[in-house]
Design a protein around this ligand. Structure first.
Ligand SMILES: [Zn+2]
Length: 471
C-alpha cells in the first residue's frame, strides 16, 4: 500500500515537474497582426497582441541594424508576414527578418539603409486595437530640417515646398548584407549575429536624442526668420493643410467602409494644389501619405514653416446615419460652446491614443510657447477665418451648424497661427459619404475653402503680423 502510494506520489511529482518545464517555455501571448507604415518622415512598424508585450531593443552598427527580442510569443504567420510588408521603396528599411530565437522568444532584425534613430514603446488597448508594440524608425536628420536647410541656402524666393515628399528610393541595398533567416533554422544564423563584437557594436539607445534634435530644429527656425527679414519684399502666405488621422489611426468609418484618413488626405492634396494656384499663397501638407502624425507634431510642423494659417481637414461621424452637413471649429480656451462640440473634440483628440504616441517624446519649443502665450488674439482670428470658410462651404453643402463652434481641439493649439478644423461632411451618412468620395464634390469643397481663406485675408489686412520670436 505504502509502495503504491509512493509510486502514485512520485508519478504526480514527475508530472508536475514536466508541466512546469513546459510552462516555462510555453508562450502565452499571441501576435495577431503586424503592420508597416513607411513614410519620408519615419517608418513605423506595429505589432498587435492579446496581452502586453515584453521586449528588448538593441541598436547594432556595421552594418546598421535594429534588433528587437520579443518575449512570451511564438513565431507565427502574423509575424512571418512582417518581412513581406517592407517595401523596396521604404526610405529607411532595407529588409526585415523575423524568426524564433529561442523557445518563447522571437527576434526581429531590421536591416537599415542608413543610420537611423529608433524609438520603441508599447500602447494600451485603444480604438479597435489590443496591446501594441511600436517601433519607429526616424532618420537621423529630420526631413523637414533638411528641407529648411536647402531653402535657406539655395533660394530666397521661398518656393512652394512639401513638408514631406514622396519617398526617395534608396538604391544602396547592395551595401546591405543579406542574411535571410529560414523560420525552420533560425537560431544559428541569428546567434552568429549576436556573437559579433558586442562591446563596440551594441549601443544602447539614448533618451536625449530628441532634445538634441529639437535644439537643432530651433537653430534652423532662427535662420529661417533671419532669411525672411532680409527678403521683406516677398510676402508669401503659407497655409498649413492638415489631413486628419492617418496610418494606425483610420479616423471615422463610413457607412460603406470609407476611411476618414483617406478622404482627408485626398481633400488636403486638392486643397494644396488649389492654394498653390494663387499667386501669393503656398500650401504645405502636414502629411502626404498614409502614416500617423501626433496632434502636437502637426502643430510643430506648421510653426516650423511659419504658417500663416492652419486648416485641419476631417469628416464627421455620428451614430445616427441621418446626421449630415459641414461644420467648422476653432479652439476654445474656456470649455466648449456646446455638448456636441465637446464630444467631437474629445473624439478627435483620441487620435493620439489610437495612432500611438510615445510619451517620451516632448517638444520643448512647443511646450514653452504654449505656456508663455495667451491664445485669445489668435482665437479671434481663427473665428473670423472659420466664419469666412463656413460661409463659402454653406454655398455647396448643408451646414450642420450655422456658426463656428469652439472646443479644446489639440490640433488647433498653435499659439500664434489662426487655426480651424473643417468637418467636411458626415462620413457616417451614406449620401454624404458618397459625395466625400466624389472627385467633383471634393473640387467644389476645396474651392469653397480657398474662397473663404481669400475672403479672410481680404478683410484682415493685418497679415504681416510679427511672428513669435523663438528666443
Ligand atoms: Zn477626424
Amino acid at each position: 500500500m505504502i509502495k503504491r502510494f509512493w509510486s502514485v506520489f512520485s508519478g504526480l511529482i514527475f508530472g508536475l515537474a514536466l508541466l512546469f518545464t513546459q510552462a516555462a517555455y510555453a508562450a502565452d501571448n499571441i501576435v495577431t497582426a503586424a503592420r508597416v507604415w513607411p513614410a519620408q518622415d519615419y517608418t513605423r512598424i506595429t505589432l498587435e497582441a492579446g496581452k502586453p508585450f515584453v521586449y528588448k531593443m538593441t541598436l547594432l552598427k556595421n552594418p546598421e541594424r535594429v534588433v528587437v527580442d520579443i518575449e512570451n510569443v511564438e513565431f507565427n504567420p502574423a509575424l512571418k508576414s512582417l518581412s513581406e510588408k517592407i517595401l523596396g521603396s521604404d526610405p529607411y528599411i532595407a529588409q526585415l527578418r523575423v524568426a524564433r530565437f529561442k523557445p518563447g522568444t522571437v527576434r526581429l532584425v531590421v536591416d537599415l539603409k542608413a543610420e537611423i534613430k529608433p524609438t520603441i514603446f508599447t500602447l494600451q488597448p485603444a480604438g479597435e486595437y489590443k496591446y501594441r508594440l511600436v517601433l519607429d524608425i526616424y532618420p537621423v536628420k529630420d526631413p523637414l530640417m533638411a528641407m529648411l536647410d536647402e531653402r535657406a541656402t539655395t533660394d530666397n524666393k521661398l518656393p512652394s515646398p512639401e513638408i514631406s515628399t514622396a519617398p526617395e528610393v534608396s538604391t544602396n541595398s547592395a551595401a546591405v548584407k543579406t542574411l535571410p533567416i529560414s523560420p525552420t533554422e533560425p537560431t544559428t544564423e541569428i546567434l552568429s549575429e549576436n556573437n559579433q563584437p558586442a562591446a563596440e557594436s551594441v549601443k544602447p539607445v539614448e533618451e536625449n536624442q530628441e532634445t538634441t534634435q529639437n535644439n537643432a530644429d530651433e537653430a534652423v527656425i532662427k535662420d529661417e526668420i533671419k532669411n525672411k527679414s532680409i527678403d521683406k519684399n516677398i510676402r508669401q502666405i503659407t497655409i498649413a493643410i492638415d489631413a486628419g488621422h492617418g496610418g494606425e489611426d483610420p479616423g471615422a468609418r463610413g457607412a460603406v467602409g470609407s476611411h476618414e484618413k483617406d478622404i482627408t488626405l485626398a481633400i488636403a492634396k486638392k486643397l494644396k494644389a488649389k492654394i498653390d494656384e494663387e499667386p501669393n499663397m503656398r500650401g504645405v501638407l502636414t502629411r502626404d501619405g498614409d502614416y500617423f502624425i501626433p496632434l502636437h507634431g502637426r502643430v510643430v510642423k506648421a510653426r516650423k514653416l511659419q504658417a500663416d494659417l492652419f486648416v485641419s481637414i476631417h469628416a464627421d461621424a455620428f451614430t445616427n446615419p441621418a446626421a449630415r452637413g459641414s461644420s467648422v471649429f476653432a479652439l476654445s480656451e474656456k470649455g466648449a460652446t456646446s455638448a456636441s462640440a465637446r464630444y467631437l473634440a474629445k473624439k478627435e483628440n483620441e487620435s493620439d491614443l489610437i495612432g500611438g504616441v510615445s510619451l517620451n517624446i516632448k517638444d520643448p519649443v512647443l511646450a514653452r510657447t504654449l505656456l508663455d502665450l495667451s491664445q485669445t488674439a489668435t482665437i479671434n482670428d481663427s473665428l473670423k477665418l472659420g466664419k469666412a470658410v463656413l460661409g463659402h462651404i454653406g454655398e455647396i453643402n448643408t451646414l450642420h451648424k450655422s456658426h463656428v463652434e469652439q472646443a479644446g481641439f489639440a490640433v488647433l493649439k498653435s499659439p500664434d497661427i489662426p487655426s480651424i478644423l473643417v468637418e467636411t461632411a458626415f462620413i457616417s451618412n451614406p449620401e454624404e459619404e458618397r459625395r466625400l468620395n466624389d472627385d467633383a464634390y471634393q473640387d467644389k469643397l476645396v474651392q469653397s475653402i480657398v474662397s473663404g481663406i481669400k475672403k479672410y485675408f481680404a478683410t484682415n489686412p493685418a497679415l504681416a503680423k510679427t511672428k513669435v520670436a523663438l528666443d
